[in-house]
Design a protein around this ligand. Structure first.
Ligand SMILES: Nc1ncnc2c1ncn2[C@@H]1O[C@H](COP(=O)(O)OP(=O)(O)OP(=O)(O)O)[C@@H](O)[C@H]1O
Ligand SMILES: [Mg+2]
Length: 404
């Protein structure tokens, strides 16, 4: 802990803290020229007053999707006399059709009273406002997968195009959920995916450059050695090429060094930071998982703790679980909280979702082990996962009588 007087002393580590904040938008986005250019291309017709093609942007977490789209939106703001009106909507906050329509109204039609209107009124208001002088409304839906009635929202937004004579709506959707596509109605799917843009995870060398650039802006000179930067870049590349993760580690390492009144950030600080940030990240990921995925993950954690059947068969060090035993445990857990278990088809989707989030890894066992079966391995300590799930969703003790 630092005392108040410690906190008032000028930092030996940081020069400009705010450039390390998660809310900071960097002026230059390294290695994303091509992606930025593709977003600009997709937007260009709208900026010229023609209805553009809808764009769907996806890729793993921390690959710069939000930053690049916001970057282009900033560029647009600086162009005079354009017909397009832009709305950036974070669907974590505006997670239904009604809320999204309301947000569009409050972005552009501030005089229009917000309260007491239904979705139909909002829709009509937006449509007539667009038609008034042939506007093009560009709606950016970030974390679009969170919208509860997404098919309705997409239907409503695209219906404007057929309902009005002039002007139109262009949608830019952003998501890090790959399997999200499968849950959409085929009509929404073809609307949304007119053009798609995939963001690849960053390589270690790219993360190194991103970190280095941020260090130059945010840290005092010569405080972070190359060895430390390489270490953070390598570990973040291994964990999914996530720039947010690497910047969080860097910042936390700086804070740890500062607390100890060091003049430099050491590799030990970075290693300690990795542990702290990993825990936070896992906790955050779990908190966004839908309930059934949480139960599947919980089943994996408790089976891992007790050492799955496969481990008993092989006597190896790592714990691999049979997909079937996890499914059985998932079913019994679901029933114990008085819910209907989902079919195995859904269960397989949940597994691939958990794998996408980097929480588990799964692979085919190959011949010989009970024929041909899928094996699952948890990538984080079972105890931590189990505790996090218990704390977050089930209250503290809902599973207590069931498991341990
Ligand atoms: N190319 C880059 N250059 C500099 N900083 C970057 C770059 N890409 C990402 N960042 C930084 O990494 C962090 C995460 O980026 P961003 O929020 O754009 O990711 P995202 O793909 O939208 O992730 P999510 O799917 O979790 O929303 C931001 O703080 C951003 O400043
Ligand atoms: Mg984002």
């Amino acid at each position: 802990m630092q005392s108040l007087s410690d906190l008032l002393i000028e930092s030996q580590i940081f020069a400009k803290r705010e450039v390390l904040s998660p809310h900071y938008t960097p002026h230059t986005l390294l290695y994303r020229e091509q992606e930025i250019n593709n977003i600009e291309k997709a937007l260009a017709p709208s900026l010229k007053g023609e209805k553009g093609r809808n764009l769907f942007v996806y890729g793993r977490t921390g690959t710069g999707k939000t930053s690049c789209v916001k970057y282009v939106m900033e560029e647009v703001k600086n162009i005079p006399n354009i017909k397009a009106k832009l709305s950036y909507i974070n669907c974590r906050l505006y997670n239904s059709r009604f809320r999204v329509l309301n947000k569009i109204i409050s972005d552009h039609l501030t005089t229009y009273a917000k309260r007491g209107y239904g979705a139909v009124d909002l829709y009509e208001k937006i449509a007539s406002w667009i038609e008034e002088d042939n506007k093009i409304l560009v709606v950016v839906l970030d974390e679009i997968d969170i919208v509860k009635d997404l098919d309705d929202l997409i239907y409503t937004l695209t219906r404007i195009n057929s309902d009005i004579k002039a002007g139109g709506v262009t949608i830019i959707g952003i998501s890090n959920k790959v399997s999200f596509k499968e849950e959409l109605d085929p009509r929404s799917l073809s609307t949304l995916y007119e053009t798609e843009l995939v963001f690849a995870p960053y390589y270690a060398t790219e993360l190194y450059a991103i970190l280095k650039d941020r260090i130059n802006q945010g840290f005092k000179k010569d405080v972070v050695d190359d060895e430390v930067i390489h270490y953070i870049a390598a570990i973040s590349a291994k964990e999914g090429g996530d720039a947010r993760f690497s910047l969080k580690i860097l910042t936390k390492a700086g804070e740890l060094a500062e607390e100890k009144h060091f003049q430099k950030v050491t590799k030990a600080d970075a290693e300690a930071a990795v542990k702290i940030i990993e825990n936070e990240v896992v906790y955050d990921i779990i908190s966004t998982l839908p309930e059934h995925q949480k139960i599947v993950l919980y089943a994996i954690a408790i089976l891992t703790k007790s050492g799955g059947t496969y481990k008993k068969l092989t006597d190896g060090n790592d714990t691999y679980l049979f997909s079937g035993e996890v499914y059985n445990r998932y079913c019994s857990l679901t029933q114990s909280v008085k819910k209907e278990p989902k079919s195995e088809r859904w269960y397989r989707k949940y597994l691939s979702e958990l794998e996408m989030q980097g929480l588990i890894i799964s692979f085919e066992s190959g011949k010989g082990i009970r024929g041909h079966t899928k094996l699952i391995k948890l990538l984080y300590p079972a105890n931590k996962i189990k505790d996090a799930i218990e704390k977050q969703i089930f209250g503290t003790d809902i599973f207590e009588h069931v498991e341990n």
